[in-house]
Design a protein around this ligand. Structure first.
Ligand code: ADP
Ligand code: ZN
Length: 605
């Protein structure tokens, strides 16, 4: 091992409190220390920060960290200061005098890390100042923001390639959790990282349990999920519309949970207050549109729930990835229904985008629907979408633990298609279902549809079951929802063989599933604690909350849950034993050893 890597291992333990590097961390760190550029793609929670923080401590000078998210700089800097590292940020939330003080520290060379947004870095005044300082490295976080195709696009990111020209001898690292190949090559190109060492990790998040239910009423299903599995946990609930956000948050509050809304229509001050509370208080729920999310660094988000279908698998994976960054068990839960499937299509058809763009979008929604209607392992399918093959089913998704039953729905499908055909492809799902189940109404009389041969031929299924059947027929491409007619159902080329009964292929449909049995599910490590350890864990959590409040920092920058968990089980009683706990380094021992050790040794448990 080279001397600098020896030093890196030493710092990993002494400062960060960890015994081993994860994934490619060691290689990445070595490359940067040696002055090479790096591009790293790592899933959320993979441990990206250490990849630039540790080299910053070894190389001479200050590391400049570019991040688009000024709201989170404070927490990142708090976390570093808790580790005893000299770090600061520069952004518009600071007074001019504070900014001058930080600049002074930068010039003095005392700062190891300095965070700022790209627009500030690109400012000529700042560039001049940096040219007169010693720069250890540039870390470009959320590097996928250079991509014009993604919804996180920031045009300033595209100008960051100039760092390479202006500071040719300073190594740069681009970091992202966005996986697909197109984004990757855009990053390389836009940031001039052609010479960089590229490290791609597995994107699997084994601690996340995936569930996709086709529940009728999303809210009731959500409530059951919350009460049964996350009665006191923090989590995010994603809704499609601002209105959905407002009503769901209100509803959860009425039910006795603390839920805060977040969407782009709220004043900035409200948004940042709600985000701050979510980060700093325990057990809150954020109900949000996709406006909420990028860079949410809260490690103990225990669930991410989707009340609607996301537009594509990329968004779904990114959003669900915000659960369980600390590596402890977490849930990605989604509920969707017939209307979602119809809306998704309409949304694209009605947009003003160009035809070719629409086609790509449609392919993506089809893949998303495929994932929902899948009967096999969700994780295998998700990872396969990102070109990663895992050979075995995961054993930690709804389909693995509670395999869906299928039935031969060929006849049911024929009834549906025939009914759509006979009514002239002019009606929406509800109307057609009423005909199938023989539920007469005025409109049907007026149209003479109560006289059709398909009237009341579907009484073997309830209306809710028919909705499930319609949903699957749309998802499998036997029907489309027409945009001009606002959800009018039409036949497709795939419908005809089935209608004419000259198809040999069966239509396999899924039964509505019984709720997942809870015993089967992987238990959270925390709930696996013995009763006594659990009590100590709670006491440690209370102590942590108090200390966090005193310093006005989020609790997890003091210690993550994983570390408290280890303390509750291992019950260290000396400084040496305390240092052995993963996540405890020298500075944390100095600051917190006493109160935590006192609590652990005095607790009469
Ligand atoms: P990312 O930015 O990739 O989402 P972070 O850098 O926030 O992830 O790291 C996620 C968590 O993993 C943090 O709590 C971090 O301290 C922890 N971590 C990082 N590297 C290691 C390691 N080598 N050993 C143990 N824990 C680690
Ligand atoms: Zn699985």
């Amino acid at each position: 091992m080279s001397p600098s890597m020896k030093q890196a291992h030493h710092i990993l333990k002494a400062t960060f409190g960890y015994d081993n590097f994860r994934h490619h961390q060691a290689n990445i760190i070595e490359a940067l220390i040696d002055g090479r550029d790096v591009l790293t793609l790592m899933p959320t929670g993979g441990g990206k920060s250490i990849c630039y923080q540790l080299p910053a401590l070894i190389r001479r000078g200050t590391a400049i960290v570019v991040s688009p998210l000024i709201a989170l700089m404070q927490d990142q800097v708090d976390a570093l200061q808790q580790l005893g590292v000299s770090a600061a940020f520069l952004n518009s939330t600071q007074h001019a005098s504070e900014q001058r003080a930080v600049e002074g520290e930068l010039r003095s060379g005392r700062l190891k890390l300095l965070y700022m947004a790209p627009e500030r870095l690109l400012n000529p005044y700042m560039l001049d100042m940096l040219e007169r300082c010693e720069i250890a490295l540039f870390a470009i976080d959320e590097a996928h923001c250079v991509s014009q195709w993604g919804h996180d696009f920031r045009k300033e990111y595209q100008q960051l390639s100039m760092l390479h020209e202006r500071f040719p001898n300073v190594p740069r690292i681009g970091l992202t959790a966005t996986a697909d190949a197109r984004t990757r090559s855009e990053i390389v190109h836009q940031l001039a990282l052609e010479q960089a060492d590229i490290f791609v990790n597995s994107f699997d998040r084994p601690n996340i349990h995936y569930t996709i239910t086709e529940a009728g009423s999303g809210k009731e299903a959500l409530w059951r999920f919350l009460t049964e599995q996350h009665a006191t946990d923090a989590g995010v609930v994603y809704c499609l519309s601002r209105k959905g956000v407002e009503t769901t948050a209100e509803w959860l509050n009425q039910k006795g949970r603390t839920a805060l809304p977040y969407h782009a229509g709220l004043p900035q001050a409200v948004r940042s207050r709600n985000q701050q509370r979510f980060l700093r208080e325990e057990g809150l729920i954020i109900v949000a549109t996709i406006a909420f999310g990028m860079g949410i660094d809260k490690p103990d988000v225990r669930f991410v729930a989707h009340m609607n279908l996301p537009k594509n698998i990329e968004s779904y994976y990114q959003e669900t990835g915000r659960a369980g960054r600390d590596g402890l068990p977490a849930d990605a839960w989604m509920s969707y229904g017939l209307q979602d499937v119809i809306n998704l299509r309409l949304f694209i058809d009605q947009s003003d985008a160009e035809e070719q763009f629409k086609r790509v979008m449609l392919q993506k929604t089809d893949a998303m629907l495929g994932l929902c209607e899948l009967t096999g392992c969700r994780r295998q399918a998700l990872l396969a979408y990102f070109d990663e093959i895992i050979s075995e089913p995961c054993g930690n998704c709804d389909n693995c633990l509670n395999p869906p039953q299928t039935w031969d729905g060929t006849i049911a499908a024929q009834k549906v298609l025939s009914c759509v055909y006979r009514t002239g492809e002019r009606f929406g799902a509800q109307y057609v279902i009423d005909i199938l189940t023989g539920k007469e109404n005025e409109r049907m009389h007026a149209n003479g549809h109560d006289q059709l041969s398909t009237f009341a031929i579907g009484q073997e299924h309830k209306a809710t079951e028919w909705r499930g059947i319609f949903r699957q027929l749309i998802a499998h491409g036997f029907l489309v929802a027409d945009s001009e007619g606002y959800g009018v159902l039409k036949l497709t080329p795939k419908s005809w063989p089935l209608l004419k009964r000259d198809c040999t292929q069966l239509v396999k449909l899924r039964h509505l599933r019984k709720p997942e049995s809870k015993q089967k599910k992987q238990k959270t490590i925390i709930s696996n604690l013995s009763e006594q350890d659990q009590m100590l864990f709670e006491a440690l959590r209370t102590l942590r909350s108090r200390l966090a409040k005193e310093q006005n920092v989020p609790p997890y920058v003091i210690f993550p849950d994983k570390t408290l968990n280890a303390m509750a089980v291992l019950r260290p009683s000396t400084d040496e034993e305390f240092l052995d706990i993963s996540g405890v380094g020298k500075t944390k021992l100095e600051r917190y050893g006493e109160p935590f050790l006192t609590l652990i040794t005095n607790e009469d448990l």
